[in-house]
Structures are given as structure tokens and as C-alpha cells.
Design a protein around this ligand. Structure first.
Ligand code: ZN
Length: 385
């Protein structure tokens, strides 16, 4: 069994140890030390990074109580080594992980929900709760979690016996047994956990829930804590400042400014579509065959084509096929008929020109491809003949 220094002292960032064994595995080596402060991957937390005698530790895994440090260099059995943790990264993870304990503890005491899933990625974490939470519920959890930070309560580890454990109220999915490690955040949470935590809740600094959604009958939240929450705030602030400058708006009126902008854009879109339809009607030059009409245009939208088709049918045209070339060889089309035979016409068009689209008996629209406008007009002439 490797002695785990981080279990007793989460702040141990450099230590001396002795190499117990070092086995080669593929092109790497797995070094076992008599004691280690490197946290092996577990409980949703990634393995620590750092160095052993200046050699980078690439991975840390635990198996049967032994901690294996993966390196690119081998070590001699009995060799004395000096080890250094990537402390910035480790402390960031301690802040995040403890933040997750607080949020889970608060959600449990406010709503009785269990944490049924936890994932820690590089900057953010997701936590799954066993029941539904509204935006107000989430805001409550977030506020109480931050108040727990301001209280600066002690975070302690303990190893109760199986009997003591049976009498303790703690969060966990683990079967009670001797040697289970409990992390207690005084007055907030108690949970079985193998990871290192800071000594006081105040060291977490800040907790922010950045998103939530329904998940498997419960709720998945995405959250940040500690320095990652501060960095998230900084990034958000920069982006809000940019938007404020673009809108020439004050912070509190950004939403109103965006709404106004949206309204203006929608009005312009509407006006533009009216003008576009008028232009389409004016520039359409349909060819009439037996009371039916067709035209091949450019730069017209479905709306433009539909407007023209409606106009033709309203003015006594029996049926019409209107196309507009969007890219070389590809066309959008609308088909309209006062005789309710559009489905038959569209099926024929699609099959002759590798098209897609459909609609109702009297109107349909779609896309097709053709290298030759002559082939298209020949085909349409044959339908209308
Ligand atoms: Zn934990």
C-alpha cells in the first residue's frame, strides 16, 4: 500500500520519497513510491500532474491500494527522489471539487435530492441531481452555497468505523465498510470522498451555476468554482463590455437595446421582402403554353416565386412552374395549379432532375439540379403541351 500524503495534508506540494519499484510498460515506466502526494484519478477527479526528480509525471493511477506514477524515464529501486506537484492545477481542482460538495450538500438539504452523477472537466463541472429544479431553485442553491463559503467553515476528513458510519448521515453511493473516508464541510455537507480538499470553505472563493437542464427525470447543472469561476466572470465581463460598446448601451440596458435592434431588423426584413416580391413580379417574364406558364429566373427566393405564382393563378393561369437558379446548375422551384395536380407535376420534375420537395395538391416547392436550361424548358413544354 502506498502511503498517501494528500489524505492527511492536502497542501503537501513537494516531498521526498523512495522508489519501491519501477516497471516498464510499453515505452513508459510505472514508478511506485513508498509515499506520494500525487492524487490518482478517482471520484470524478483527474490525476495530479508534476515531476519526480524533474521527470514529468504523465498519469497517476491506483490499483489495489498501490499508486502508479507513469513517466517516460525509469528509476532505480531504492532511489531517493524529490517530487513536486503542479500546485496551481491541484489547488484549482480542490476548489472545484469542494465547490461541488457544497452545492450537492445544499441541494440535498434544501430539496432532498441526491447527486447521481458528477463530471469534472478542465474548467467546469456537471452535477446531476435526482429531481427537477426550477430557475428559482437553482438560484437558491447558488446563493446558499456562496453563503457557505462566506462562513469559512472547516473542511475535515475522518475515517469512522463501519458501526459509526451506520449512525452517520452522509451522502454517498458506497456500501458502508471500515476505512471509508468522510469529508465534512461543517454544517453544510458530509460525503464519502477520496480526494484532497482545502481546509476551509472560504478558500473556494466563489461558486457559480452557469447552466442547467432537465436530465433523465432530474436536473443536470453546469457549475464553476474557485479561480475558474473568477476567470469565467472575467471572460463574461470582457464580452459584456464589447457588446455594451457595440450597442452604446449601459450594462443594465443591454437587453432592451438588443430587443430594439431585433425589432428594427425584423421591420427591415419585412420591408425588404415586400420590395423583393414587387421586384420579382415586375421582372418575371413568363412563357405561356396552353394557358399554363413557366419562367426561369435568378436571385429569387421561395417567397418571391410564391408571390409570382399566386399572382399568375389569381389572374387565370391554369398552372405554373417558376424556377430560380441559386448556384450554377441548381434551382429552387415552386409549382402551383388551379387544377390540383401539383403532386403529379412535382413527382415528375423531381425524378427528371434529381429534385427534392413537395407540398399540397395546389402548391409545392423544392430544389432540383440541371446542367441545361434547355432540358428544363423542353421538359416543362412537354408537360404543358
Ligand atoms: Zn468528492
Amino acid at each position: 500500500m502506498t502511503e498517501r500524503l494528500y489524505e492527511k495534508d492536502a497542501y503537501c506540494r513537494s516531498f521526498d520519497a523512495e522508489i519501491v519499484s519501477c516497471e516498464q510498460k510499453d515505452e513508459f515506466f510505472l514508478a511506485v513510491l513508498d509515499k506520494t502526494a500525487f492524487f490518482p484519478e478517482g471520484g470524478g477527479q483527474a490525476p495530479d500532474k508534476g515531476t519526480i526528480n524533474g521527470t514529468e509525471v504523465l498519469d497517476v493511477q491506483e490499483k489495489d491500494g498501490i499508486v502508479y506514477h507513469k513517466t517516460a524515464k525509469s528509476f532505480e529501486k531504492g532511489e531517493k527522489v524529490s517530487c513536486e506537484l503542479d500546485w496551481e492545477l491541484r489547488f484549482e481542482r480542490m476548489q472545484s471539487h469542494s465547490g461541488e460538495h457544497i452545492v450537492s450538500g445544499v441541494a440535498h438539504s434544501l430539496f432532498g435530492y441526491d447527486n447521481v452523477g458528477f463530471h469534472m472537466s478542465e474548467k467546469t463541472m456537471t452535477v446531476d441531481f435526482s429531481g427537477p429544479l426550477t430557475a428559482e431553485d437553482i438560484a437558491k442553491v447558488e446563493l446558499e452555497s456562496n453563503k457557505a463559503i462566506y462562513k469559512n467553515v472547516p473542511i475535515t476528513a475522518s475515517y469512522p468505523s463501519k458501526k459509526e458510519l451506520a449512525e452517520t448521515d452522509y451522502r454517498s453511493k458506497i456500501e458502508p465498510r471500515d476505512g471509508i473516508r468522510l469529508i465534512t464541510i461543517e454544517g453544510i455537507d458530509c460525503c464519502a470522498c477520496c480526494a484532497p480538499h482545502p481546509a476551509f470553505s472560504g478558500e473556494i472563493g466563489i461558486i457559480k451555476i452557469i447552466d442547467f437542464c432537465p436530465h433523465k427525470g432530474g436536473t443536470r447543472i453546469e457549475m464553476v468554482a474557485g479561480i475558474n469561476a473568477f476567470l469565467d466572470y472575467s471572460a463574461l465581463h470582457t464580452s459584456v463590455k464589447t457588446v455594451m460598446n457595440l450597442l452604446s448601451a449601459k450594462r443594465e440596458s443591454i437587453a432592451v437595446s438588443v430587443e430594439k435592434l431585433q425589432e428594427t431588423a425584423n421591420n427591415l426584413k419585412y420591408e425588404n421582402s415586400k420590395i423583393s416580391k414587387k421586384l420579382a413580379l415586375a421582372s418575371l417574364n413568363p412563357i405561356t403554353v396552353n394557358g399554363c406558364a413557366y419562367a426561369i429566373n435568378e436571385n429569387m427566393s421561395y417567397d418571391d416565386l410564391r408571390e409570382c405564382a399566386n399572382n399568375l393563378i389569381d389572374n387565370g393561369t391554369r398552372k405554373c412552374i417558376l424556377l430560380s437558379e441559386t448556384d450554377t446548375g441548381s434551382f429552387i422551384y415552386v409549382v402551383s395549379s388551379a387544377e390540383n395536380d401539383v403532386r403529379t407535376i412535382v413527382a415528375g420534375l423531381n425524378s427528371a432532375f434529381n429534385g427534392k420537395g413537395g407540398g399540397k395538391d395546389n402548391y409545392a416547392q423544392g430544389k432540383l439540379t440541371s446542367d441545361s436550361r434547355d432540358a428544363l424548358t423542353d421538359y416543362i413544354n412537354s408537360i404543358f403541351a
